[in-house]
Design a protein around this ligand. Structure first.
Ligand SMILES: CC(C)[C@H](C(=O)O)[C@@H](O)C(=O)O
Ligand code: SF4
Length: 473
């Protein structure tokens, strides 16, 4: 007799359950864990204190990404002493505990953790993938169960390769229709956040299904799963299809012959059963979407570019009303102001949300033959050094530099302004990142989340604008 229908999430949990602890808690086996210099030091310190080692050193990868400056200089030097110590400490910890995969500031593999994990073929469908960073949800795009954890849990994984895991609720978000021309995965993600809110997926692992999800390129699915954590999700997952199988295969040259065939067969088998139960279901038709832009200080405070800053009174929920008033004050925007035409002084193309090769290609296609507007400073920070090299091989760096953009090295950079570059108070930035919180890009700085194409268009016009309406050149 066939078993009870299950979601893909439940199936991955089942194959990774080492032990049941109680009705809702299990010991979960972790296939791969990666760490950055910012959230891992106390975890390693905990191991030292307890005199224990790392159980499976080859199941971890460590990289310096959050605090590293991204100026285009060689060698890269971290001048800030606290940041330099964090970076050096990560290297020391890797050496001490036998972790061979350490990518320091000048390693050719350096990059933002969520970009390089996939590009190096370390994430495969059906895996459990963990990192001490909330945007680990990104990797669910490849059909893995991937989520962020706290420092004490990192210590547990280093020591045991397992995690004490409380089961999540399940949510299905089905996106029907077709994305209109020029509307991207980023716009879709912001539209989902607007619909379900920044708390809308709290405690849930979200599975995306539907025609629009099927049509998205793999990197677009990464963008969508990356932003799903901004709804409070404990994971975002998309069942592997032929695009996924092809993408992962291309990034896993170590898999060959029979082993590859068996892996691919397994990947293709990973999907929710047709009649699987989800605790919550949302549906959205994407056919009428337009490029999106955030107006506030939470990623769900987003509207279409043809819309205006909403009236606070349009939010019935008292918390959302209060948040809107506060956000408009911080952002220096009055309700009723059209989004199109709001001037920007900075443009940032980067982050684990939108700095992969297709993102840079899309931005470059908008910029080609145009120039950054007077009074605007524009930067491109590729998601990894490999993305940077690939972009250079295609001449994208020339397009950006000729247009007046800074072409930088890889890191989180202005996504959270933890290195040596922050925006001044009052500076308004069109940014391809995932968080527009107060002070995220510098105290008093104002962030508008957009797609790479929208960021490129803002750079050349000097204001927020619908990139589809730029005059032909
Ligand atoms: C520094 C880290 C804890 C944080 C996260 O978990 O997401 C960061 O990457 C971010 O994007 O805010
Ligand atoms: S790029 Fe931004 S969102 Fe991604 S890990 Fe770095 S700081 Fe976090």
């Amino acid at each position: 007799m066939a078993g009870k229908p299950e979601t893909l999430y439940q199936k991955i949990v089942d194959t990774h359950t080492v032990k049941r602890i109680d009705d809702s808690t299990i010991l979960l086996y972790v296939d791969i864990h990666f760490a950055n210099e910012y959230t891992s030091p106390q975890a390693f310190a905990g191991l030292v204190e307890r005199g224990i080692g790392v159980l499976s050193p080859d199941s971890h990868l460590c990289v310096v990404d959050h605090v590293i400056p991204t100026e285009d200089v060689t060698p890269r030097v971290i001048e800030d002493s606290a940041s330099a110590r964090q970076a050096a400490k990560l290297g020391e910890n890797c050496r001490q505990f036998g972790i061979k995969a350490f990518y320091g500031p000048n390693d050719p593999h350096q990059g933002i953790e969520h970009v390089l994990m996939d590009e190096q073929g370390l994430v495969r469908p059906g895996m459990v993938v963990i990192c001490g960073d909330s945007h680990t949800t990104t990797h669910g795009s490849l059909g893995a169960l991937a989520f962020g954890i706290g420092t004490s849990e990192i210590e547990h994984i280093l020591a045991t390769q397992t995690l004490v895991y409380r089961m999540a609720k399940t949510m299905l978000i089905r996106i029907d229709g077709h994305l209109p021309e020029g509307v991207t995965a980023k716009d879709l993600a912001l539209a989902v956040l607007r619909k379900i809110s920044a708390r809308g997926a709290l405690g849930c692992v979200v599975e995306y299904q539907g025609s629009v999800v099927n049509e998205l390129p793999v990197e677009g699915r990464m963008t969508l799963c990356n932003l799903t954590v901004e709804a409070g999700a404990r994971g975002a997952i998309i069942a592997p299809d032929e695009k996924t199988v092809e993408w992962v295969t291309a990034h896993c040259p170590d898999l060959k012959g029979e082993e590859l065939k068996a892996a691919q067969e397994y990947w293709r088998s990973l999907k929710s059963d047709d009649d699987a139960h989800f605790d919550i279901v949302h549906t959205l038709d994407a056919s009428a979407l337009e490029p999106m832009v955030t107006w506030g200080t939470s990623p769900d405070q987003a509207v279409g570019i043809s819309e205006s800053v909403p009236e606070a009174d349009s939010f019935a929920d008292p918390d959302s009303h209060t948040a809107a008033v506060r956000a408009q004050g911080y952002q220096g925007l009055k309700a009723g102001t059209p989004m199109e035409g709001i001037p920007v002084q900075h443009v940032f193309i980067g982050s684990c949300t939108n700095a992969r090769l297709p993102d840079l290609r899309a931005a470059a296609a908008v910029i080609r033959g145009r120039h950054v507007a007077p009074g605007v400073r524009a930067q491109v920070v590729p998601g990894s050094m490999q993305v940077r090299r690939e972009a250079e091989a295609e001449g994208l760096d020339r397009i950006f530099k000729d247009a007046g953009f800074e072409w930088r090295k890889s890191g989180c950079s202005l996504c959270l302004a933890m290195n040596n570059f922050v925006l001044e108070p009052g500076v308004r930035c069109a940014s391809t990142t995932n968080r527009n919180f107060e002070g995220r890009q510098g105290r008093g700085a104002r962030t508008h989340l957009v797609s790479p194409q929208m960021a490129a268009a803002a750079a050349v016009t000097g204001h927020l604008t619908d990139w589809r309406k730029l005059p032909e050149i």
